[in-house]
Write a protein that binds this ligand. Structure first.
Ligand code: PEP
Length: 248
């Protein structure tokens, strides 16, 4: 019922020519795949060339961040309209690296989500707890606050939620399937409070050291509807294996 959604988050990796090289190999590798939505989020500098190279394919282009104003004196920032203008279909908002290194608060994340919604771009909204929060039993409290604040004032259910336990990002530590399922099921419960039965159509994807080796087990969890993949999305071979989960 919920079509899997798997996105590559390249973070601050790949030049324009590396982007072109990846896409030229990736398109033929996944051309017959119909049962999964695939998105690629290259750095801003590669978006235009990625948009050109992905034309006439079903692979969706995503940005890694966006600012909440439409235009104006905001040096260094990119607006939702600019992303739409070049063919972006999605944008990642609230990634823990943005929260940690660039001090993005729940309030800023909420403004970005509202601005992206208004412009009509799809959202991959990241939430997740630190190791300390998990070990002190606060995981659900953290998720509840991030969901409530991040989605405050949002009345449609089109957003994709990425559950990314911060302790699992880039660390090689993946959440056990039980931990992932438990968190995803809790997130869906909270979404039901906001969006009633529409929450059952919302995709909740998992992020945190996803690899070709662990994707099958994660995708077998009832409430895991896809993945946000960092490190393992940088190589065509490993990302192809991930989007072809359950096949080999
Ligand atoms: C991410 O940053 O979204 C991520 C999940 O990274 P990694 O797969 O490298 O842990």
């Amino acid at each position: 019922m919920r079509k899997p959604f798997i996105a590559a988050n390249w973070k601050m990796n790949k030049t324009v020519s590396e982007t072109q090289e990846f896409i030229s190999k990736f398109i033929p590798a996944v051309k017959d795949l119909r049962n999964v939505d695939i998105a690629i989020a290259p750095p801003f500098t590669s978006l235009i060339v990625a948009a050109e190279n992905l034309k006439n394919t079903d692979i969706l282009l995503s940005a890694q961040d966006v600012f909440y104003e439409e235009k104006g004196a905001y040096t260094g920032e990119i607006s939702p309209l600019m992303l739409i203008d070049i063919g972006c279909k999605y944008v990642i908002i609230g990634h823990s690296e943005r929260r940690q290194y660039f001090k993005e608060t729940d309030d800023i994340v909420n403004k970005k989500i509202k601005a992206a919604k208004k412009a009509g771009i799809g959202i991959i909204f990241c939430i997740g707890e630190t190791l300390e929060e998990r070990e002190s039993g606060k995981t659900f409290d953290v998720l509840q606050v991030e969901i409530e604040k991040g989605l405050s004032g949002i009345d449609d259910s089109g957003t994709i939620i990425a559950y990314e336990p911060i302790w699992a990002i880039g660390t090689g530590k993946t959440a056990a399937t039980e931990q992932a399922q438990e968190a995803h099921s809790y997130i869906r419960e909270r979404l039901r409070i906001l969006f009633s039965e529409k929450a059952d159509e919302m995709r909740i994807i998992y992020g945190g050291s996803v690899t070709p080796e662990n994707i099958d087990a994660l995708m077998a969890c009832k409430d895991v509807d896809g993945a946000l993949v960092g490190g393992a999305s940088l190589k065509v071979e490993s990302f192809t294996k991930i989007v072809k989960f359950g096949k080999e």
